[in-house]
Design a binder for this molecule. Structure first.
Ligand SMILES: Cc1cc2nc3c(=O)[nH]c(=O)nc-3n(C[C@H](O)[C@H](O)[C@H](O)COP(=O)(O)O)c2cc1C
Length: 364
């Protein structure tokens, strides 16, 4: 073999070796991710782990914006208090902390359902002066069947299969989502869905072109299984149907593929394959009502999950403030602020997200 071929052959062998090594490492990280996601959702009981840990564990499995897990829990046998963790706020996408308080509502709802599974009654209240959600605990409750869906619920960000949801299922899901101070509007008419989609695309374009939004999103993206397992928070690429990338290449590669055209095309196929939208609209625009919107979403999501109906958020037109009035006019909500936009339909599950351990979110 000539020297040049020998060198090339040697280089190729080295590259092959490195590639195989990277692949094997990637696989072992994938396995570690899958084990962590599965362990998080293994059956638990208050007897095994203590009641407070049991309640908080299920609370943390709630949906939350960018998976920042912006919550701190404290309490005991009589009540649990959930406070915002502003160190995990996302000011670019959520400048007034609307999503942060909605996320606390999602957690409060799960906590309340977990209380029922532990035989405890509960009442959720937002305490404005303490800037906290309090879940008061009593005795003598029956397990709420929605509890079972907590470990199954996920935001499924894939293209759906286009099937409609039967009206009786949709009615039952919407009925389960009822909480005081918040309404759920269902949009299943195709023409109306296209009008909502137009706003999603316009607001999405604004976000993708906003360096502050993109910078913040990147901060919370976890580009491969090792990053995701290391942090146990944030948005792991596989959960959104994106390929895992080595950390060193992910930054520059993200800049190339995260474009308005590419992201808008995804939104179009996601919406056109969905059965409808659920839009959560609370009566007043304040943190207490944002908590209620989060609770209503969480109940909707659990009731949908229990019936095999999947869902994912497309919140762009409520996040970019200038699109809110147009969405409100389209939906006829008057001067009430649309809080959350969720599409629903049928699809296979996606990889599941991670959470930090309860010890990191329970404070004295
Ligand atoms: C208030 C709020 C806003 C959210 N906004 C979006 C969104 O605009 N797009 C999206 O894909 N997911 C959104 N999510 C979903 C979170 O990213 C998701 O809950 C989190 O990554 C954890 O994943 P899981 O819900 O599958 O467990 C939102 C969740 C909440 C509670």
């Amino acid at each position: 073999m000539k020297r040049r071929n020998l060198l090339l052959g040697g280089g190729a062998m080295a590259a092959l070796g490195l590639g195989a090594y990277a692949l094997a490492r990637g696989r072992s990280h994938d396995n570690a991710y899958e084990s962590a996601a599965a362990a998080l959702r293994a059956p638990r009981s208050p007897g095994d782990m203590g009641e407070l840990d049991f309640l908080v564990h299920h609370a943390t499995l709630a949906a939350n914006s960018h998976n920042t897990q912006p919550w701190l829990f404290s309490g005991g046998a009589e009540q649990v208090t959930i406070r915002p963790d502003f160190s995990r706020a996302t000011p670019a996408v959520d400048p007034d902390n609307h999503h942060l308080y909605a996320s606390l509502g999602c957690a409060a709802e799960n906590l309340s359902l977990a209380a029922s599974a532990a035989g405890r009654s509960s009442a959720v209240a937002f305490l404005g002066e303490q800037d906290a959600v309090r879940v008061s605990l009593g005795a003598g409750a029956q397990p709420d069947p929605l509890f079972e869906a907590i470990v199954e619920r996920q935001c499924t960000r894939s293209v759906y299969d286009g099937r409609q949801v039967p009206a009786e299922d949709l009615d039952a899901i919407a009925a389960a989502a009822k909480v005081a101070g918040c309404s759920v509007l269902l949009v299943t008419d195709k023409l109306r869905m296209e009008q909502v989609l137009e706003l999603i695309v316009a607001a999405n374009t604004a976000q993708v072109e906003d360096p502050a939004f993109v910078g913040e999103l990147k901060h919370w993206l976890r580009f491969n299984a090792a990053e995701a397992v290391g942090h146990r928070d944030g948005l792991y690429s596989a959960c959104s149907g994106n390929p895992a990338l080595p950390s060193w290449i992910a930054g520059p590669a993200f800049g190339l593929v995260f474009t308005a055209d590419a992201e808008n095309a995804k939104c179009v196929s996601q919406v056109r394959s969905s059965a409808g939208f659920a839009v959560f609209v609370s009566d007043s625009n304040d943190p207490g009502h944002w908590v209620q919107a989060g609770r209503s979403y969480q109940r909707f999501a659990l009731a949908a999950t229990a019936r095999g109906v999947r869902h994912a958020f497309l919140n762009q037109p409520v996040e970019v403030a200038r699109f809110r009035p147009e969405l409100a006019a389209l939906l006829g909500t008057g001067d009430r602020r649309p809080d959350l936009v969720v599409r629903f339909g049928y699809a296979e599950p996606m990889p599941r997200s991670l959470r930090r351990p309860v010890a990191e979110v329970i404070t004295a």
